[in-house]
Design a protein around this ligand. Structure first.
Ligand SMILES: [Zn+2]
Length: 225
């Protein structure tokens, strides 16, 4: 495939043309040192060949000016004497990148497990708190059963009060801790559960659903798993 690269004279953006269609890439205007027909990339399965299209077209590979050179995606390409960095993602439209999304599986599993652990912690805590009521009820039942003659219900009342205070303090502390934990978990997830190619957050969809999609909805990179 041959891809012609230059500056679109109307918008000033980078223009890539291949197989009879053109796309614009990037934001902002390129300097005039990027010519409207600047260079050509010839891409096949094994190599990428770069060629300047004009005597006034300057292109740099890893800092050195070149006319005609075989390059790879690891090379740093700069276009024009203003050294405009070439972003390889500009080629995505014509040659979709392939990305291994397998590392996202562990990130999803961690998120899901920690979410469940948080839910269990919240439920356990609510169950514990309800024991205060049970102890109080037992004290009342005992006082009725013994006609108020037993002193044990005072003890039970005492325990109920102490337990209530303990749980009140714990509830007060957790009321800020739990949402904070949840927020940290969500933040880490949104930072890490991203397309390895474009870095876009992939949303709250499980890894299994991701594997059913053939490509990234944002950059069109092909998912490999
Ligand atoms: Zn992407």
């Amino acid at each position: 495939m041959e891809i012609l690269i230059g500056r679109d004279e109307k918008s000033g953006k980078m223009k890539l043309t291949a197989e009879g269609r053109s796309v614009l890439f990037g934001t902002g205007r390129l300097p005039n040192s990027v010519l409207p027909e600047h260079l050509k990339l010839t891409i096949d399965d094994s190599s990428i060949r770069l060629k300047n299209l004009n005597i006034n077209a300057y292109t740099y590979v890893n800092g050195l000016a070149v006319e005609n050179k075989t390059i790879s995606k690891d090379d740093k390409i700069e276009i024009g004497t203003d050294h405009v960095s070439f972003d390889w993602r500009a080629l995505d439209e014509f040659i979709p990148a392939e990305v291994d999304i397998h590392p996202l599986q562990a990130i999803w599993n961690t998120f899901e497990n920690e979410n469940i652990a948080l839910q269990i912690a919240e439920r356990k805590f609510n169950t514990l708190r309800s024991t205060t009521g049970i102890i109080t009820m037992a004290a009342i039942a005992l006082s009725i059963a013994t006609g108020g003659k037993s002193h044990w219900y005072f003890v039970l009342y005492g325990i109920a009060i102490v337990v209530s205070v303990v749980f009140f303090i714990k509830a007060y502390r957790d009321s800020s801790k739990m949402p904070q934990k949840r927020q940290e978990l969500n933040r880490a997830f949104q930072r890490d559960y991203v397309c390895p190619h474009c870095g876009h957050f992939l949303g709250n969809q499980s890894y299994e659903i991701l594997t059913q999609n053939s490509h990234c909805p944002y950059c069109k990179a092909k998912f490999i798993h």
